[in-house]
Design a protein around this ligand. Structure first.
Ligand SMILES: *[C@@H]1O[C@H](CO)[C@@H](O)[C@H](O)[C@H]1NC(C)=O
Ligand SMILES: *[C@@H]1O[C@H](CO)[C@@H](O)[C@H](O)[C@H]1NC(C)=O
Ligand SMILES: *[C@@H]1O[C@H](CO)[C@@H](O)[C@H](O)[C@H]1NC(C)=O
Ligand SMILES: CC(=O)N[C@H]1CO[C@H](CO)[C@@H](O)[C@@H]1O
Length: 402
């Protein structure tokens, strides 16, 4: 079932405890721990991210509107949560994905209870190399004791490929990505939409915080209904979701990127913020600009730019201007955590950069992806109600953890 390269290239699996740690004014924060596994497949980290990016671009635009892409299991950083479905709830291990929006479970594992209502509508979603098809049910979904959703539309998969290690997906992308996925329905409300409609959370917003990946694991947390102010060290600055397709279908933003004092690497372009991508990906021509500035060459084993210590000492900030604000990745934030070099097929003590090639040239309407390497330095907020994305600094913005 699972394409073998995909199984082998699963790099960082995130095992969750999903315990709510805080609740105030209609928001709930769930904390996750992550565990680092070695990458030992035939694809390197850069190729895995590139595959996801290509699937996003290909599937998000055009006729196959319901093929919303993204291979959520085949990525370097994956978060899962224990989600209860039914009453009494059965716990399922679901992948948390901001790049897709349907929630579904494997039909072989699904335990029906008194709250399970079959609508009979068929559901189909394609995710790059994986896909599922099945039947829609309404059921009670329990994300945490305080986060219970009655009559949530879920898919019960009769056929799923590419998801052997998990029981399904918790899709927290924008609701538009559900268009055309369920028979007889235009779009189906996501779990976040329903939590907000029911008043369980005061706004249709998710806040995501990560601490940088390191040898002993790291942590991440997802706040439903608002922002965990304990985790941010600045105001949140919001920008509207970009109007440029296909980035506009995701958590897409307009952005320019400069290197050092003024060198433009990425002129004003549309791209996306994505928790399912590990690196920062730039359209090939932009990536080449970056490489020209930083030196080094693309390493065969990891697929990442490898630079010398002398080149590292000259590395300058990479500045992401989003709206009126600039978010800088320091030199340390531009390198792969050195303690994890061997996990991605790299050499101990070498220096690899986290900015990589998107695999397509610019002008596609999705010319960059700010993945985990960016999101572990800045808190991100996904606001469905106001169609905007926000960012703030954290204690890790300028940390030298890598
Ligand atoms: C399951 O899906 C795969 C890929 O779409 C397809 O090739 C296969 O025939 C399906 N199997 C069943 C039993 O429907
Ligand atoms: C989903 O796939 C099934 C066959 O597997 C098909 O009968 C059905 O029409 C499809 N539904 C949608 C919404 O595309
Ligand atoms: C984003 O940039 C495009 C041009 O690249 C522009 O048309 C659009 O108005 C900008 N703003 C938003 C919110 O999309
Ligand atoms: C609590 C709540 O608003 N539940 C709604 C979730 O979405 C479905 C449609 O998919 C509605 O029927 C439920 O009422």
């Amino acid at each position: 079932m699972f394409p073998s390269t995909a199984i082998l290239s699963l790099l960082l699996a995130v095992v969750s405890s999903a315990t709510p740690i805080r609740r105030d004014s209609n928001k709930v924060t769930l904390q996750f721990a992550h565990q680092v596994n070695a990458l030992c497949g035939s694809q390197n980290l850069a190729e895995i991210d590139r595959d996801r990016a290509i699937a996003l671009v290909n599937n998000a635009g055009g006729q196959k509107a319901h093929k919303v892409s993204v291979d959520v299991t085949n990525t370097a950083v994956t978060y899962t949560s224990q989600v209860g479905i039914g009453s009494p709830p059965t716990k399922y291990t679901l992948l948390i994905d901001t790049g897709s929006s349907n929630t579904w479970v494997n039909g072989k594992k699904y335990v029906k209870t008194g709250t399970s209502e079959k609508t009979g509508n068929s559901v189909n979603v394609s995710y790059g190399s994986g896909s599922f098809s099945g039947t829609e049910y309404y059921d009670t979904v329990t994300l945490a004791p305080e986060l219970v959703i009655k009559r949530q539309s879920i898919g019960v998969a009769s056929n799923a490929t590419g998801f052997d290690d998990v029981d399904g997906i918790l899709g927290i992308g924008p609701v538009d990505l559900t268009k055309g996925t369920v028979e007889n329905e235009h779009t189906v409300p996501t779990v976040t939409d329903n939590l907000s409609k029911a008043g369980t959370i005061s706004s249709d917003v998710i806040g995501i915080f990560y601490s940088p990946a390191r040898k002993e694991g790291g942590s991440g947390e997802l706040t439903w209904g608002g922002v965990d102010t304990a985790k941010i060290t600045s105001d949140i600055n919001y920008v509207p979701i970009t109007e440029t397709a296909p980035a506009s279908r995701f958590w897409g933003v307009n952005q320019t990127i400069t290197y050092g004092d003024k060198k433009t690497i990425v002129p004003l372009s549309a791209g996306i913020v994505d928790t399912g991508t590990t690196l920062v990906l730039l359209a090939t021509d932009y990536f080449k600009q970056y490489q020209k500035e930083v030196g080094g060459g693309v390493d065969v084993a990891t697929g990442l730019i490898k630079i010398t210590h002398a080149e590292f000492s000259k590395l300058k900030n990479l500045n992401f201007k989003i709206g009126k604000h600039t978010y800088s990745l320091t030199p340390n934030a531009q390198i792969w955590p050195r303690s994890l070099n061997t996990k991605i097929g790299g050499e101990e003590g070498s220096i690899y950069l986290i900015v990589s090639d998107l695999g397509t040239t610019s002008g596609q309407g999705l010319d960059f992806i700010n993945g985990y390497a960016f999101l572990e330095r800045f808190y991100s907020v996904y606001d469905t109600t106001n169609r905007q994305v926000g960012f703030a600094t954290t204690d890790y913005t300028e940390a030298t953890t890598n």
